[in-house]
Ligand binder design. Structure first.
Ligand code: BMA
Length: 379
C-alpha cells in the first residue's frame, strides 16, 4: 500500500515536473494537413516559433547557379560572400507540367531534386513555386486569357488537364526523400502574387471566389487524392496597401499555413521603400497573429543591388523591427548590360558584399549554421 502510494506520488511529481517544462506556450497546432508527417509538423511549429528569434534567410536557385557560374558542386553566391549557406532554398517547377527535363529557368529537375536533398540534409528549409503555363491557351504563366481559372475548376473543360499537371507536380514532391526515407517537407507557394495582373491566375483575370475554389481544389487534390503529407501551403500576394486588399482572395485559415507577400525595390528612393515595406509587414504580422499563421516575406529584391549599403540601411532596418519567420531573395540569374542583369544577393566583389556580411552578422538574420542548430525538423 505504502509502495503504491509513493509510486503514485512519484507519478504525480513527474507529471508536475514535465508540465512545468512544457510551458503553456508549447506549440501544439496542426498545419492544413492534419496527417502531415512528423517532420512537416515539427517544421510548421518551429517556423511559428522562430520569428521570436529572427528570420531565416532564403535564396531562390541558390545551389544551382549564381553570377558567372552554373552547377559547381557546393557553390552558392551567398556562401562565397559569407562562408555560410542560406537557411531556406527556393525552387521552381514551371515546365514540369509539360514533361520537360529542365524548368523554366533551365534547371534540370533531376539536379533540382539533388539540391533539395542537399539543403534539407544540412537542416535548411525548402520552398517551391510554380509558374505553370496557361492551361486554357497553352501560353505562358504571363499570358492571361479570360476564363482560364474557371476552365480548370471541376466541371471546366480543362479540369482533367489540370489534374494531369498536378499529378506531375505530385510525383516530383512525393519523390523527395531524406536519408532515412522520410518525405522532405516542402513549403508549396501556389498562385503567388495573385493580386497583380501579370499571371493568368491574378488580378482581374478571375473572381475572388474562383481563385478560392481553385486553391481549395488544388490543396485537396494534393493532400487527399495524391496523399502527399509533406506539404505546408503558402499564400502570398505581391505588394499591397491595405489589410482588405491582402485578404481579398485569401482561401481561409483552414487552407493556408503561411501568409506572405512579395516586394521589390524598383526606385532609388530608399525612404519611400522603407515606408511601404514597413507598413506592409505590419499589416501582414497582424493578419498572421489574428489567424495563427506564419508570416513570411516570400520574395524580395533590389535588382542589381546598386546601393552598397542597402542590406543594413534599408532591408535590415525594417526586418529587425519585425518578426517574420523567413525572407527569400529572388534568383541570381546573372549580370549583363543595364536592364538585362538579374541578381538579388551579392557575389564576391559586388558593391553591396561588405554590407551583406554586416547584415549576416545580425543576431536576427538566420543562415544555415543557425538553422542547423535549430533542428527545425524535430521537436
Ligand atoms: C521571374 C524572373 C524570370 C524567371 C521567372 C520564373 O521573376 O526571374 O527570369 O524566369 O521569375 O522563375
Amino acid at each position: 500500500m505504502r509502495w503504491l502510494w509513493s509510486n503514485k506520488w512519484l507519478l504525480t511529481a513527474t507529471i508536475l515536473v514535465s508540465c512545468a517544462c512544457t510551458s503553456p506556450a508549447q506549440e501544439t497546432s496542426l498545419p492544413v494537413d492534419p496527417h502531415a508527417t512528423a517532420e512537416t509538423i515539427h517544421l510548421y511549429r518551429n517556423l511559428k516559433k522562430i520569428a521570436a528569434k529572427g528570420f531565416l534567410f532564403g535564396h531562390q536557385d541558390d545551389l544551382a547557379y549564381g553570377v558567372g557560374w552554373k552547377y559547381e558542386p557546393g557553390r552558392s553566391d551567398i556562401k562565397d560572400v559569407t562562408d555560410d549557406y542560406p537557411a531556406l532554398y527556393g525552387w521552381e517547377l514551371g515546365r514540369i507540367e509539360l514533361d520537360h527535363a529542365v524548368n523554366i529557368d533551365s534547371v534540370p529537375f533531376d539536379k533540382m531534386k539533388a539540391f533539395i536533398r542537399e539543403g534539407y540534409q544540412r537542416g535548411g528549409v525548402i520552398t517551391i513555386s510554380w509558374h505553370l503555363n496557361n492551361p486554357l491557351t497553352g501560353g505562358t504563366a504571363w499570358q492571361p486569357a479570360p476564363g482560364t481559372v474557371a476552365s480548370i475548376l471541376p466541371g471546366g473543360e480543362k479540369n482533367t488537364l489540370y489534374q494531369q499537371w498536378l499529378d506531375k507536380v505530385a510525383a516530383f514532391l512525393g519523390d523527395l526523400k531524406g536519408k532515412n526515407g522520410e518525405a522532405i517537407p516542402v513549403i508549396l507557394r501556389l498562385f503567388h502574387e495573385l493580386n497583380g495582373n501579370w499571371f493568368w491566375w491574378g488580378g482581374q483575370h478571375c473572381t475572388p471566389d474562383e481563385l478560392k475554389q481553385l486553391w481549395h481544389f488544388t490543396v485537396s487534390y494534393l493532400r487527399d487524392k495524391k496523399g502527399l503529407h509533406n506539404l505546408l501551403y503558402a499564400f502570398n500576394t505581391d505588394r499591397f496597401a491595405t489589410r482588405e486588399a491582402w485578404l481579398e482572395k485569401y482561401p481561409g485559415n483552414e487552407w493556408t499555413d503561411i501568409v506572405g507577400f512579395d516586394i521589390y525595390q524598383r526606385e532609388p528612393d530608399n525612404t519611400a521603400f522603407i515606408k511601404e515595406f514597413d507598413h506592409s509587414i505590419g499589416i501582414l504580422e497582424k493578419i498572421a497573429t489574428d489567424s495563427g499563421k506564419i508570416p513570411a516575406l516570400t520574395e524580395f529584391g533590389y535588382n542589381g543591388l546598386p546601393d552598397s549599403s542597402w542590406w543594413t540601411s534599408t532591408l535590415g532596418k525594417v526586418l529587425t523591427n519585425h518578426h517574420l519567420a523567413y525572407v527569400m531573395a529572388w534568383r541570381n540569374a546573372g549580370t549583363g548590360p543595364a536592364g538585362q542583369h538579374e541578381y538579388y544577393v551579392p557575389y564576391p566583389g559586388q558593391a553591396s558584399a561588405a554590407d551583406f556580411r554586416k547584415f549576416y552578422g545580425y543576431s536576427q538574420s538566420l543562415f544555415q549554421k543557425d538553422a542547423s542548430k535549430e533542428n527545425l525538423y524535430s521537436r
